[in-house]
Design a protein around this ligand. Structure first.
Ligand SMILES: Cc1cc2nc3c(=O)[nH]c(=O)nc-3n(C[C@H](O)[C@H](O)[C@H](O)COP(=O)(O)O)c2cc1C
Length: 320
């Protein structure tokens, strides 16, 4: 079951809370993303208020292979959340041990677990046991708390020994948040030390960089987040470059078709007013760097209906 996740170094869409919802994931899949993951879901929320939280773990068959990412700080709660997820039969469950956001770290979850390795190991063991060997388990983490306390190698080995089937490294420290550059040497060093697959993540913004991360780190998969925001076609370009050595730029027609499809996908899952509001931040990325983009974004931010939004894009993107 797990081997299909690494049949060749596959292209993973990174979990991006607030962005990688089902409509966007489906679009990325159509454009060549090969493995999808849910936004991070609170283990506590799942077992206490599942009616509200369950929307974040729903996925379509077309999204497979699909992983559900959970976060939390208590081993028992995490195990119960995993048990809750089992009937949904995702292709893997991922534990978030990399999130540096205050709201998460303050509660001892996300990257705070890298400073509490015994607890992190207990969480992996308990979740693994709750999965009864039915669903593979992965852990996503960073390089350490700060440059003075890099512990990604010991931490990766510990996750492996505790039962993780594969791991993902975003090689920045928690203190860095998103500043500076990912240090891909950390991915290479980790890959050389562990025997489970390692997914490389961080700062892949061009197909050439995707290829470079593979050759520099020998990782088993590439995870792409911000590089694909407003660019779901980025996955196809990366795959084309990796297999053919070249890729085509997106045409204006493809760009417009993709944006409109994104809105239509979203309307299948959410109320129109929610779609119009939520699309604003996504559309910022689609129009970023385009001449006249700022003016178009300003108009988008004052739109209240999906038809208005689509017309703005049809006229606006055409004249960019
Ligand atoms: C807006 C935003 C939301 C994110 N949400 C999550 C999340 O829910 N779970 C997670 O593990 N990482 C999350 N991340 C981190 C990304 O998955 C990824 O590790 C990071 O952005 C580096 O990859 P990139 O350079 O390809 O974006 C988030 C990052 C951003 C910018």
């Amino acid at each position: 079951m797990i081997t299909k996740l690494f049949a060749k170094p596959l292209l993973y869409l990174a979990p991006l809370a607030g962005y990688t919802d089902q409509p966007y994931r489906l679009l990325c899949k159509e454009w060549g993303a090969e493995v999808l993951i849910s936004e991070m879901v609170s283990a506590d929320g799942l077992i206490r208020d599942s009616a509200k939280t369950v929307q974040f773990i729903n996925f379509a068959a077309a999204e497979r292979p699909f992983g559900i990412q959970i976060f939390g700080h208590d081993a028992l709660t995490m195990a119960k959340a995993a048990e809750f997820i089992v009937p949904y039969q995702p292709d893997f469950i991922d534990i978030n041990m990399g999130c540096p956001v205050k709201k998460v770290v303050r509660r001892g979850a996300g990257s705070a677990l890298m400073q509490a390795p015994a607890l992190a190991a207990q969480i992996v063991r308990e979740v693994k046991s709750a999965l009864c060997g039915q669903i593979p388990l992965s852990v996503k983490f960073r390089s350490g708390r700060d440059l003075q306390s890099l512990n990604y190698i010991d931490f990766g080995l510990l996750m492996q020994d505790s039962g993780a089937d594969f791991i993902t490294l975003h090689p920045r420290t928690a203190k860095q948040m998103f500043a500076g550059k990912s240090n891909w040497e950390h991915i290479a060093a980790l890959k050389a030390k562990v025997h489970i697959p390692v997914i490389g993540n961080g700062d892949i913004t061009t197909p050439e960089e995707a290829s470079q991360m593979l050759s520099q780190t020998h990782c088993d998969g590439l995870m792409i987040g911000r590089g694909a925001l407003g660019k779901p076609w980025f996955f196809k370009q990366c795959r084309d470059f990796l297999s053919l050595g070249s890729y085509a730029p997106i045409t204006k027609t493809q760009l417009l078709d993709t944006v409109l499809k994104h809105i239509d996908n979203a309307l299948l899952f959410k109320r129109e007013i929610v779609v119009v509001r939520e699309m604003r931040s996504q559309l910022c990325f689609y129009t970023k760097g385009q001449l006249g983009g700022a003016e178009l974004r300003n108009k988008i931010n004052h739109t209240e209906t999906a038809d208005e939004l689509k017309n703005l894009l049809i006229n606006g993107l055409d004249s960019l």
